[in-house]
Design a protein around this ligand. Structure first.
Ligand SMILES: NC(=O)c1ccc[n+]([C@@H]2O[C@H](COP(=O)([O-])OP(=O)(O)OC[C@H]3O[C@@H](n4cnc5c(N)ncnc54)[C@H](OP(=O)(O)O)[C@@H]3O)[C@@H](O)[C@H]2O)c1
Length: 281
């Protein structure tokens, strides 16, 4: 399925009033020396929301693509994340990211992982609140926060996180965490939304795709969008960039959504945030 290139990507209004394009483009594991080319292709395909992180070591490539694109800054939504190893110095880390991206402000800055063993994420959050107050970042949020991390943060937060970016795809849905986040006004953003490709072969996904003349990736992304979830698929293929973006035109029935939701197995692909330290990131 293709879309008219002018079809607008739907947006989600965050708890601070900011609008985030519901379908974005992730650059985890895109090599630094390929990132400019890949992000230029994504912008050309029509993506306006790019998700990077200091830990991905490719912010400069994202920034170079933005600069080369000539797209007005206000039309773009750029997310980056605070490294685990820099939770003790978030203001300096933010400045390093902002400089690498070549931007005056960042749209969304996230704490990448809670790393509870460090005991630093609450203090890091207060620094992020300062960045927001100083208008260096429009929205602040968290990633990989489990219920206990959210509760700890909310106990002393002046600003409720706008987003919780978590692993979420048909075979790993984290329904309780998603519901808790939403009940606190925190938008849910799905990372690894395609299950890093592994969910695309599921029989239910393939059957629904066939019924729509769509691809499996389009069906999985349409499933995310139908639930109000923000999704940030990654691909280095220009053809797949267009394919994934065209998911905005795929409408699934309640029965089809339920068939895909039934794939939840509770098995993660990524690390468990309760124990993940990744302080090298
Ligand atoms: N906050 C966090 O801790 C965290 C963790 C992981 C990811 N993320 C974010 O989430 C983004 C996406 O997650 P992800 O990269 O882990 O996984 P993903 O987007 O679920 O899947 C990416 C994989 O799917 C393949 N793919 C993409 N489109 C496809 C299509 N239409 N048909 C078939 N295969 C397709 C890609 O291959 P090709 O590239 O070869 O096309 C790649 O191997 C990341 O880039 C990053 O921005 C955040």
């Amino acid at each position: 399925m293709q879309t008219n290139p002018g079809t607008p990507v739907p947006t989600v209004t965050l708890n601070d009033g900011t609008e985030i394009p519901q379908l974005g483009f992730g650059v985890f594991q895109v090599p630094a020396d390929e990132t400019q080319r890949v992000v230029e292709a994504a912008l050309e395909a029509g993506y306006r929301h790019i998700d990077t992180a200091a830990a991905y070591r490719n912010e400069a490539g994202v920034g170079a693509a933005i600069a080369a694109s000539g797209i007005p800054r206000e039309d773009l939504f750029i997310t980056t994340k605070l490294r685990n190893g820099e939770q003790a110095k978030p203001l300096e880390a933010f400045e390093t990211s902002r400089t690498a991206l070549g931007l005056d402000y960042i749209d969304l800055y996230l704490i990448h992982w809670p790393v509870p063993s460090q005991g630093l994420f609450v203090d890091a959050w207060h620094a992020m609140e300062e960045l927001r107050a100083n208008q260096l970042v429009r929205s602040i949020g968290v990633s990989n926060f489990l219920p206990e991390h959210l509760e700890t943060l909310l106990a002393s937060a002046r600003v409720v996180p706008a987003v919780n970016q978590i692993e979420l795809h048909p075979t790993f849905q984290q329904r309780e965490l998603a519901a808790l986040s939403r009940s606190r006004g925190i938008a849910v953003e799905a990372y690894s939304p395609l299950g890093q490709g592994a969910d695309l072969g599921a029989e239910a996904v393939r059957a629904v795709a066939e019924a729509h003349g769509a691809t499996s990736a389009q069906v999985v992304l349409a499933w995310h969008l139908a639930q109000g979830t923000i999704a940030i698929p990654k691909t280095t293929s220009a053809q797949r960039m267009r394919e994934n973006l065209a998911a905005i035109a795929v409408g699934l029935s309640a029965d089809e959504l339920e068939r895909i939701s039934a794939l939840d197995s509770g098995a993660r692909i990524g690390s468990d945030p309760a124990t993940a330290a990744h302080t090298q990131l």
